[in-house]
Design a protein around this ligand. Structure first.
Ligand code: TMP
Length: 217
């Protein structure tokens, strides 16, 4: 990816996948590559990434809100995203910085749309309104079996937040949803096989991303 970096303008790259897919490893990988090339970048996460968004995150992931209404859930994720886009992402892109986003719009389509079974059309309209239509240049989708993801999560020994505690079938629908979104937008999505050991996932990612960047120059 070396000489290529010189030719590239700032990119907005989002990372998606089911919980336990290994997203944060790849965000760190791309961050390391940009740091090495002294290319300015920021990392964001959702929900969160701003003072307001982090408060909203606490509410969204708190398992005690077990009766949260589906529409309220969508609006809270979207509120966090709106604040992040306007306060952090757009200013960074305007300054020529890369933005590495740990989740973005596709997460709402996959989790609330496919996972909860909400209609995609209104979800898309809300996202468009909340973000001013800002779309990533690339979306890295880490795709893996539910069993692989849950054994990674067990290794972290965490009890699981409100969404992680959802059923296996919920996570299956989310995974299927992500794959469908990727099929519908092949020019933006880079699907990485994330079933193997994380080092292998990183190698898969490097190859796929370098290819995509070449095509983007
Ligand atoms: P994280 O664990 O990747 O930080 O994401 C927090 C959880 O929120 C994760 O289970 C995915 C879920 N989520 C949604 O359900 N909808 C969304 O729009 C986003 C951004 C995350």
């Amino acid at each position: 990816m070396n000489e290529l970096s010189q030719q590239l303008s700032a990119k907005f790259v989002s990372f998606e996948g089911i919980d336990g897919c290994g997203k944060s490893t790849l965000v760190s990988e791309l961050a390391g590559w940009l740091r090495e090339k002294t290319i300015p970048f920021i990392k964001t996460r959702e929900p969160g990434g701003t003072r307001l968004g982090e408060k909203v995150r606490e509410v969204l992931l708190d398992p005690s809100f077990e009766t949260m209404n589906d529409q309220a859930e969508v609006l809270l994720y979207s509120a966090s995203r709106a604040q992040l886009v306007h306060e952090v992402v757009q200013p960074a892109l305007r300054q020529g910085m890369w933005v590495l986003a740990d989740r973005y719009i596709d997460a709402t389509l996959a989790y609330q749309g496919y996972g909860r079974g909400l209609d995609l059309a209104p979800l898309r309209r809300i996202q468009d309104w909340a973000t001013g239509g800002l779309c990533p240049d690339f979306t890295i989708l880490l795709d893996c079996e539910i069993e692989v993801a849950s054994s990674r999560m067990q290794a972290r020994a965490a009890t699981g937040d409100r969404i992680e505690q959802e059923s296996g079938s919920f996570h299956e629908r989310v995974r299927g949803g992500y794959l469908e979104l990727a099929r519908a937008a092949p020019e933006r999505f880079i699907v990485v096989n994330a079933n193997g050991p994380l080092q292998e996932v990183v190698t898969n990612f490097r190859v796929a991303f370098a290819e995509a960047l070449t095509g983007h120059c």
